[in-house]
Ligand binder design. Structure first.
Ligand code: ZN
Length: 344
């Protein structure tokens, strides 16, 4: 917008110029009158301008003209600068419009940008020549550029939102696929587990578990009077108490001949042609809940065996049905915790 000061300056300049023109005009008329009526050419005053160069009036007019020139220069520069900025904004908007095709949830923002671009194209016409025209051109371009930049930003924001939504969907479907794959793997493992159990642990009193023979050391405890043997840590106290009672009765410790067995140890013991040692993964020895006892206990009907039959359960240990004389695999030496799955 032209400032009040500019307007005042222009108004003053106009007055000065008019005054000068009147004075010069009067001088011309005077010169003509003199030429018509005077016989002495030497007296003609045409060589004497009314507004003398260098006079205060002329200096003021010149200063005003220079000020106007400077104002015009500034306005032209501002209009050019606004044109450059508008051109850059148009380029940016055009690129954004192209790149955002099909990448916004609602195309309204793109249509708005398209309209802003159309309007902007009209604003690149000539700058005009007067101060007012130049200043108006600069202001108009700046406003158009602002509208364009805002519409461009809106489209970019919409594209980012669209992309984020897509990323979210992708992550969700990936998570869904992972979950499905996990469920499938679990079902497979379950099936494998069942198949493994059926194939290996043929006896109904045997149940295969993947942990069997793979217990961590922390889950096991060494038997104090027979440190080479280990049982599950939570059944040790009962075994220690049973041993103390046995010692009270017989004056010696329970003689352990086997206890926890690793998968590899069970594998080494197992003979597919014999029932003596269960297949790996099927034996209670792999759970840390079973011991084999010698020292007389390994014979049905012995005093030691009978004593255990009468007293062991009070300490949490039993002789399981499958190992009884009429069981699937008669084993007088095999004793196990009441926590073992086939204890009763
Ligand atoms: Zn056993």
């Amino acid at each position: 917008m032209p400032s009040v000061a500019d307007a005042r300056r222009r108004s003053r300049l106009r007055l000065v110029l008019i005054a000068a023109a009147i004075l010069l005009g009067l001088g011309g008329i005077a010169t003509a009158l003199v030429a018509q009526h005077a016989s002495r050419p030497a007296a003609a005053p045409h060589a004497q301008p009314v507004v003398a160069p260098g006079s205060p009036t002329a200096r003021s007019a010149e200063a005003q003209a220079q000020a106007l020139d400077r104002a015009l220069d500034r306005a032209r520069a501002a209009a050019r600068s606004a044109r450059r900025e508008l051109t850059a904004a148009i380029a940016e908007a055009t690129t954004t419009l192209g790149e955002s095709e099909g990448k916004v949830a609602d195309d309204a923002v793109r249509r708005k940008l398209h309209r802003a671009l159309d309007a902007a194209a009209d604003q690149r016409r000539a700058d005009g020549v007067t101060l007012d025209e130049l200043q108006e051109a600069a202001a108009r371009r700046t406003a158009t550029r602002d509208t364009l930049v805002e519409a461009t930003q809106d489209v970019r924001t919409a594209v980012r939102a669209w992309q984020a939504e897509r990323d979210r969907d992708a992550a969700e479907s990936e998570a869904r696929e992972d979950a499905e794959a996990d469920a499938e793997a679990e079902a497979l493992a379950e099936g494998w587990h069942d198949a493994e159990s059926a194939a290996r642990c043929s006896a109904p009193d045997q149940v295969w578990t993947p942990e069997n023979g793979h217990l961590p050391d922390a889950a096991l405890a060494a038997v104090p009077w027979s440190p080479g043997h280990r049982v599950r840590v939570d059944v040790l106290d009962g075994l220690v108490d049973l041993d103390a009672a046995f010692r009270d009765r017989f004056g010696r410790h329970l003689k352990l001949t086997s206890s926890y067995r690793t998968h590899a140890e069970q594998e080494a013991l197992h003979d597919p042609g014999s029932d003596t040692a269960a297949p790996p993964g099927c034996s209670n020895h792999g759970t840390g809940l079973a011991v084999d006892v010698g020292g007389g206990v390994e014979r049905f009907g012995s005093t030691e065996h009978e004593w255990l039959q009468a007293n062991a359960e009070a300490f949490g240990w039993v002789h399981p049905p499958f190992a009884e004389p009429d069981g699937r695999n008669p084993e007088p030496w095999h004793w196990q915790s009441v926590l073992a799955p086939n204890s009763f």
